[in-house]
Ligand binder design. Structure first.
Ligand SMILES: [Zn+2]
Length: 379
């Protein structure tokens, strides 16, 4: 119940005792006792007065105290890792980017992540101890066990105890999540609630998806594999061999890496982005072909999930509108009107910051969770 109250304040849903009563669906005396408890623990703090409409006296505002814990986040891509230190009010205190190749294995990569986060903590100037650490990785994970599960592009990471190691290093709860799930969550929480269910599709080195449900949480499925769409095959895909061992996976034929492979003399995704920026006809044609295949997949998913919004992300979306235009045209042509009547299909509003934003949300929810909040008085 303390967790419910703290999370309502943290999300801005209700920031006074009077507003918390209907928002939590609890009795006034129960809410009041919980607020007093959270104030005594130093997790909530008074935040001045909020004028009320009408004749009622001004309500006492409440806010989450930044003293409740510092949030550490790491968003690991295939080759680089974004790091940030934030507080419980979603303020980023410091951030940086480090080179980290997931192919070097978990030992070397997590050494670099831990060193980077320690340096960032010093730079942030905060004296509040870490309350939670959240790490996103480009592969499937078992969030409950805190381990990656046979990630195709991360050799050596299968079953590595990522959260156990980070918990030991930083002395706080650790959360492991798939990188596209983090983007989906960050994107959904930056938008009005009526933009969920939200499907996030990332097109980068690979292709991945993440789904935020109508109530604002991630849909993980039975084993955490929900949204792992890179290895499905769509109509018309060529017989290209995929890293997973199958042929014709969407990731093998339509990811940014696949587009690069299809173009002669193009070295890497940044070179492809540069070509798109210059309006190179061959590069644009290759992106259009890929967008057609991705559109087939998204049209199927739109029918299955009926999302309010589909957000496209990844490094290509910033370089060119061809991907979005191509996906849109196929989805609106192939999906039936009921599924697309109110559908918003657009590029991610947070872009490459979506993953960090989602990780911050998960970190704050971890600190304010029933499991962690009870331990807070001991600090
Ligand atoms: Zn595959």
């Amino acid at each position: 119940m303390l967790s419910t109250i703290a999370r309502l304040v943290a999300s801005g849903t209700a920031v006074s005792r009077a507003d918390l009563v209907p928002a939590a669906g609890l009795a006034r005396t129960t809410v009041s006792a919980a607020v007093d408890d959270l104030l005594a623990r130093g997790l909530l703090r008074p935040d001045g007065m909020r004028p009320t409409l009408g004749r009622g006296r001004p309500a006492d505002r409440l806010a989450i105290s930044a003293q409740g814990g510092t949030i550490l986040v790491a968003d690991l891509g295939a080759r680089i890792c974004q790091l940030a230190v934030g507080d419980l009010n979603q303020h980023i205190l410091a951030r940086t980017e480090i080179a980290a190749d997931v192919r070097d294995g978990p030992g070397a990569v997590l050494d670099a992540v831990e060193d980077g986060l320690r340096a960032l903590l010093r730079r942030s100037g905060t004296s509040t101890p870490p309350g939670a650490i959240v790490i996103g990785v480009p592969g499937p994970v078992d969030g409950r066990l805190g381990i990656p599960v046979r990630p195709p592009i991360m050799p050596g990471w299968h079953a590595y105890p990522v959260t156990a190691r980070l918990r030991e290093t930083f002395g706080c709860p650790a959360v492991l999540e798939n990188d596209v799930n983090l983007r989906a969550l960050g994107e959904a929480r930056a938008l009005p609630a009526d933009q969920a269910p939200l499907l996030f599709v990332k097109v980068g080195t690979g292709i991945g998806g993440g789904l935020v449900t109508r109530d604002g949480g991630l849909h993980h499925g039975a084993d955490g594999a929900a949204g792992d769409i890179g290895h499905v095959r769509v109509r018309g895909a060529p017989d290209q061999l995929c890293v997973c061992g199958n042929v014709g996976c969407i990731e093998a034929v339509a990811s940014a890496s696949a587009i690069v492979r299809s173009l002669p003399d193009v070295e890497g995704i940044s070179a492809l982005r540069a070509l798109l920026g210059r309006g190179d006809p061959a590069a644009i044609a290759a992106v259009r072909d890929a967008a057609g295949l991705i559109g087939e997949l998204v049209a199927t998913l739109v029918h299955f999930y009926n999302p309010a919004r589909v957000a496209l992300g990844g490094s290509l979306t910033a370089a060119s509108d061809e991907l979005l235009a191509g996906v849109r045209s196929v989805v609106y042509q192939r999906a039936l009107p009921l599924a697309t009547r109110n559908l918003v299909l657009t590029n991610s509003v947070l872009g490459e910051r979506a993953g960090l934003a989602g990780a911050m949300v998960l970190g704050i929810e971890q600190v304010l969770s029933a499991d962690t909040i009870g331990a807070f008085a001991a600090r």
